[in-house]
Design a binder for this molecule. Structure first.
Ligand code: DGT
Ligand code: CA
Ligand code: ZN
Length: 583
């Protein structure tokens, strides 16, 4: 059992104890312990063998004993008993925004409610409002929450889905008899939000694999348990305390079916249908089991074999949306997609000067540690006071600090930049003289989100046309599953960017991913240069650039379409060239 699994079980125990009404002191011990284990350096088994578990801050004697039992025996009777005692429906209720363990416990005890359905009925009949400490407002909120959970509530962000899926894969790996395993569906296609986890395994002995799947840590409900398919609801709590609940399906197939099942369950549905039609044109039949002609089956060991059998180049999962990939694969004109390893540095990052958690030097060194050749600053500008935007004086102070750090980090480029607010009328938050002191300028909208479409479009286009603006940040202002994009004619913005050579950011923060793949594709067609920006607010946030690479790949981008695949020297030259233009 690895750190992630142990951590998941500890967090779950904390939650179950809360539902039992345990004191915050005791339940927090488990939640803190879960975080401590997750963040532990090195191998957990090793730490236990060396007898050093007690030295880890956040792990007391009780937890030490329980973790040791878990790791050495693979199970924990205390945890199994808790799971038996507490109805799974109570854990599901925690998905409803605003319903914490105390309220769930009260609802359960006074109304004997142990499923979401019973809760809905009780709210609709007004019973919940009558409970002590609840009232009509709370009842209304719970009803809204139930609706949310049944609609968007069951989609989650890609980064969260990947994290939960990775945990399941790691847990399943311990089962014997797995030949091949792949997370399929929207996660494999790297869609920005995902509904569920579609896991595929090939094996000759599915039984034990299914057994293992339905009893993995974090599984709160088993909704199906069969020989070839099982379905569960998993709940995991992240290091920052966010609870993620998702459905996960596991299918186990014989290895000869694997490539066909892998292709089918990767989707998208539309791509799958287009492939099936293509097979029919070749007088073949394609389904999740085989590619077959009259009386014979065409052997395929991999997905690539399957594509080849239909006269196609391999189509990367990110492109399987039925938006021209089949034609391109036939004509051998699929793009050679940009890769994580092509990215050589990042721009648009925050430090303690505005609302970041780390210093200029800490951020630059973390960027270097990721293998980058350069790092670009992009703290907020003066009018964004809520994010501690920099006054011109503080800009000058920061630039002095950068000069000092540059001397310490010879050979590594640090680019002076700003994330300058686009004001209500489309003008910029700093004057031209100050803007000229930066190597580059990211211009972003952070206010007046509700402007009518024409106004917003004119405002952003004006900023894009400003000669000092290097790149447009946050093209849409959306927060995935939380806040819609502002109203703007993105085509007009992209056209303006194409006209004057302004770059457009692919914001790689997985909460945002402002520019979606559809617009990425359009930007490419217009000849706009894109740039993948992590918008990091801490050293840990720098690694988010990967999610931007996913968007870029879904948008058919090659290395040459992405500015930060260039070397540090080439970037420096480009900035120097643009600064002359900008006067
Ligand atoms: P999601 O879960 O909404 O984020 O997106 P997907 O693409 O993972 O969709 P999901 O989980 O409903 O199904 C997984 C894959 O299974 C889907 O991408 C393609 C395949 N699939 C599901 N239903 C159908 C169908 O009715 N026809 C075909 N051809 N494929 C299907
Ligand atoms: Ca799915
Ligand atoms: Zn930012």
């Amino acid at each position: 059992m690895d750190k992630d699994q142990v951590s998941a079980i500890l967090a779950e125990i904390g939650t179950l104890l809360e539902l039992q009404g345990e004191s915050g002191f005791r339940t927090n011990a488990y939640h803190n312990g879960a975080r401590a284990v997750q963040q532990l350096e090195g191998d957990l088994g090793e730490v236990i063998r060396r007898g050093e578990l007690g030295d880890v801050p956040g792990i007391g004697a009780t937890l030490r004993e329980k973790i040791t039992t878990l790791v050495t025996t693979g199970s924990l009777p205390f945890y199994d008993k808790l799971k038996e005692e507490i109805p799974a429906g109570l854990v599901e209720m925690l998905r409803i925004p605003g319903l914490g363990p105390k309220k769930v416990k009260a609802i359960h005890e006074s109304l004997e409610i142990d499923t979401l359905e019973k809760l809905r009925i009780a709210c609709e009949s007004g019973q919940v409002a009558k409970l002590k400490g609840f009232g009509a407002k709370t009842q209304e909120k719970i009803l809204e929450g139930l609706k949310f959970v049944s609609e968007v509530g069951n989609r989650v962000r890609l980064d969260q889905a990947m994290w939960v899926a990775d945990g399941i894969v790691a847990g399943l790996r311990e089962a014997s008899g797995i030949i091949r395993m792949e997370v399929c569906g929207s996660i494999r296609r790297r869609k920005e939000t995902c509904k569920d986890i579609d896991l595929l395994v090939s094996s000759d002995t599915p039984g034990p694999i299914m057994e293992r799947f339905v009893s993995l840590p974090g599984v709160i409900t088993v909704t199906g348990h069969g020989p070839t398919k099982s379905s569960v609801v998993v709940q995991r709590v992240t290091a920052s305390g966010t609870r993620i609940t998702m459905n996960a399906d596991l299918r186990v197939v014989p290895d000869v079916h694997f490539p066909f099942a892998q292709h089918y369950f990767t989707g998208s549905k539309e791509h799958g249908i287009a492939m099936r039609l293509r097979a029919i044109k070749h007088d073949l039949k394609l389904n999740e089991y085989e590619l077959a002609g009259e009386g014979h089956s065409i052997p395929c060991k991999t997905e690539a074999d399957l594509f080849r059998a239909l006269g196609l180049d391999f189509i990367p999962p990110e492109l399987r949306e039925d938006t021209g990939e089949m034609d391109a694969a036939e004509r051998h004109t699929l793009p050679k997609l940009v890769e994580v390893g092509d990215i050589r540095g990042v721009f648009h990052n925050h430090t303690v000067y505005s609302d970041g958690a780390n210093t200029v030097e800490e951020m630059a060194r973390a960027a270097q540690a990721l293998g980058f050749e350069y790092f670009g600053l992009g703290d907020h500008s003066q009018s964004l006071t809520v994010a501690n935007g920099l006054t011109p004086d503080r800009v000058r102070a920061q630039q002095k600090e950068v000069d000092a750090v540059r001397k310490k980090m010879k050979g590594f480029h640090i680019f002076k930049g700003t994330e300058c607010d686009i004001l209500e009328d489309g003008s910029l938050d700093y004057d031209d003289d100050l803007l000229a002191t930066f190597d580059y300028v990211v211009a972003s909208v952070h206010s007046f989100f509700n402007q009518p479409r024409e106004e917003m479009t004119a405002r952003i286009v004006r900023a894009v046309r400003h000669p000092r603006v290097t790149m447009l940040g946050h093209a849409t202002g959306r927060l995935l599953l939380k806040r819609n994009r502002y109203h703007v004619d993105l085509d007009a913005v992209l056209q303006a960017a194409a006209d004057c050579g302004t770059m457009i950011e692919i914001n790689a923060d997985p909460h945002r991913l402002d520019l979606d793949w559809v617009h990425c594709k359009r930007a490419k067609a217009l000849g706009v240069l894109l740039v993948i920006n992590p918008d990091a607010h801490s050293t840990g946030g720098l690694a988010n650039f990967r999610f931007g690479v996913d968007v870029a790949r879904r948008g058919w981008l090659e290395k040459r379409h992405v500015f930060n695949t260039m070397s540090g020297d080439a970037v420096a030259k480009e900035f120097a060239k643009r600064s002359k233009r900008g006067t």
